[in-house]
Design a protein around this ligand. Structure first.
Ligand SMILES: Cc1cc2nc3c(=O)[nH]c(=O)nc-3n(C[C@H](O)[C@H](O)[C@H](O)COP(=O)(O)OP(=O)(O)OC[C@H]3O[C@@H](n4cnc5c(N)ncnc54)[C@H](O)[C@@H]3O)c2cc1C
Length: 479
């Protein structure tokens, strides 16, 4: 059987790979988006701080500084086109003593060098006017008006859907295991399957070093650094801005922030580890977050924690994003070592890869029918009564509430499955079913019934997030 031939194959369906796929889907290319996981947004893009960073944190002159500031400025347009939430609520880095104040001044200077607009060094009292829940101990703060919150997995899913609508093929559940250049094109092996591509984009997150090495480029390594979080219920003390403590060598500092869905969360920790897939949460991490979040916001109600989770940062050995044509293999474009602020930078990284592909000789001819617009699944909970009635008249499944905590309907769940959800978490990320206070305790079995019915597979084959994460082990009693 002959292999399918693509012009460009993007390896990795996180926010970076999906943004690149969306960017490239405007051209007349045969384009593949490949991921080992059975869904998009299963790596770092699933679990991070969701902050659209202003850009004062990155070292001046670095690739990440440039793409952070550019990406931040592009976010509103991308979110508008893709129907993804963004809230420009501003961010504060807070200081408690002279040493912190020096760090704030350094961050401000870096921000000026990086071209960050709308920054101000302000007093503790002014900071408390902006954020009344802030500790009385805060003496000074760096305010950045362009700091924002978005939703990392919604952005990823939206980019992937938009790319697909514009002709990009999704090859999910396809781990790339081997690559070699044959007659000038790359032969990509994914288990039993093979495809070829004239150009390969490496957006494989924490595994980008291993993917690069498959084509002989071992010029960098990527190390995993875990970040743990606590997510609080909507009833917890609400904060209006993103509140960072001063950064450490390992990260941007622990933050307390609202989510675009009205919850609040605290995190991340910064733990270097060897396992690239370890997203476990430790008691030590939770204790650390509890103490640090109370330091920023003393009234935070930690009894309102509804879940904890962790994500793994991809720390590059070069200390900067690696976005370049490989010096070893000209068919390979690296979008590697994308640690924080990768979510913010993703739209700018996508444009950078576009330019690199041109440089590498790809013929990028615009499609006449490219459509940059993608609509989100209707959110019943946010509709007016009139809109709800109209929706139910069109499809009665929108009249059946499945997730009571978040008011998610059967119609939304069916639409999520139609768009690519194959697991409980896939539905959860696309609709919020299971994200509320009971964390799926009520709706989980009902979502499974719908998944089983819509996918035509038995309940025993359903998974929480693909792979071996089976939800049921077998049948105890036949009807
Ligand atoms: C704790 C934490 C907090 C963060 N906070 C922020 C923030 O607030 N703001 C911000 O801008 N950024 C933040 N980031 C950074 C941001 O999350 C990442 O930069 C971004 O998600 C990276 O996206 P990616 O697509 O490169 O990687 P990923 O999302 O990890 O995707 C890589 C994909 O490649 C796939 N893959 C790997 N190997 C193979 C293979 N051999 N074959 C096929 N597929 C493969 C994986 O399955 C995965 O889906 C944070 C990160 C972490 C971990």
């Amino acid at each position: 059987m002959s292999a399918t031939n693509y012009d460009v194959a993007v390896i990795g369906a996180g926010v970076v790979g999906c943004a690149i796929a969306r960017q490239l889907s405007r051209y007349q290319l045969k384009l593949a988006l490949i991921d080992a996981a059975e869904d998009v947004a299963m790596g770092a893009s699933r679990a991070n701080s969701a902050i659209v960073h202003a850009g004062y944190d990155c070292p001046p002159g670095s690739v990440e500084a440039r793409l952070n500031v550019k990406g931040n400025a592009m976010y509103d347009a991308w979110c508008a086109d893709l129907d993804v939430p963004i809230q420009r609520i501003g961010s504060l880095v807070i200081g408690f003593d002279e040493q912190d104040e020096k760090v704030l001044e350094e961050l401000y200077d870096r921000g000026i060098k990086n071209g960050v607009p709308g920054m101000e060094l302000i007093s503790g009292d002014r900071a408390r006017e902006i954020e009344p829940s802030l500790s009385g101990e805060v003496t000074k703060a760096l305010y950045a008006a362009t700091g924002a919150i978005s939703c990392p997995y919604q952005m990823t899913i939206a980019c992937a859907e938009n790319a697909k609508e514009n002709g990009c093929e999704w090859l999910l559940g396809h781990p790339v295991t081997e690559m070699k250049v044959v007659d000038g094109v790359v032969e990509i092996t994914m288990g039993e399957e093979k495809i070829t591509a004239k150009h390969v984009v490496n957006a494989a997150g924490v595994f980008a070093d291993e993917v690069s090495a498959m084509l002989g480029d071992s010029s960098f390594t990527v190390s995993p650094r875990k970040g743990e979080y606590m997510l609080l219920d909507r009833t917890a003390t609400s904060v209006k801005t993103v509140i960072f403590q001063t950064p450490s060598k390992l990260g941007k500092g622990v933050l307390v922030a609202p989510t675009v869905d009205g919850n609040m969360f605290a995190g991340p920790t910064a733990v270097n580890q060897t396992d690239k897939l370890d997203t476990s949460v430790s008691q030590e991490g939770i204790d650390q977050l509890s103490a640090l979040s109370r330091k920023s916001v003393p009234t935070i109600n930690l009894r309102s924690v509804i879940t904890s989770f962790a994500g793994v940062r991809a720390q590059p050995s070069t200390g900067d994003f690696i976005i370049q044509i490989s010096e070893v293999c000209p068919q390979l474009i690296q979008a590697a070592g994308i640690c924080s602020p990768g979510l913010t930078s993703a739209p700018a990284i996508a444009e950078e890869v576009d330019s690199l592909l041109r440089k590498a000789g790809a013929e990028l001819v615009e499609k006449e029918d490219y459509n940059p617009i993608r609509k989100a699944i209707p959110e019943f909970r946010h509709l007016s009564n009139e809109e709800r009635t109209q929706l139910i008249e069109k499809d009665s499944r929108y009249g059946r509430i499945i997730c009571r905590c978040e008011t998610i309907t059967e119609g939304e769940i069916v639409e999520a499955i139609r768009r690519g959800a194959r697991s409980l978490d896939g539905v959860k990320r696309r609709t919020r079913a299971g994200m509320g206070r009971c964390q799926g305790g009520f709706c989980g079995p009902r979502v499974m019934e719908i998944l089983s019915r819509e996918l035509g597979i038995p309940m025993t084959e359903l998974t929480k997030f693909g792979g071996n994460s089976r939800l049921l082990t077998g049948v105890l009693k036949e009807d």
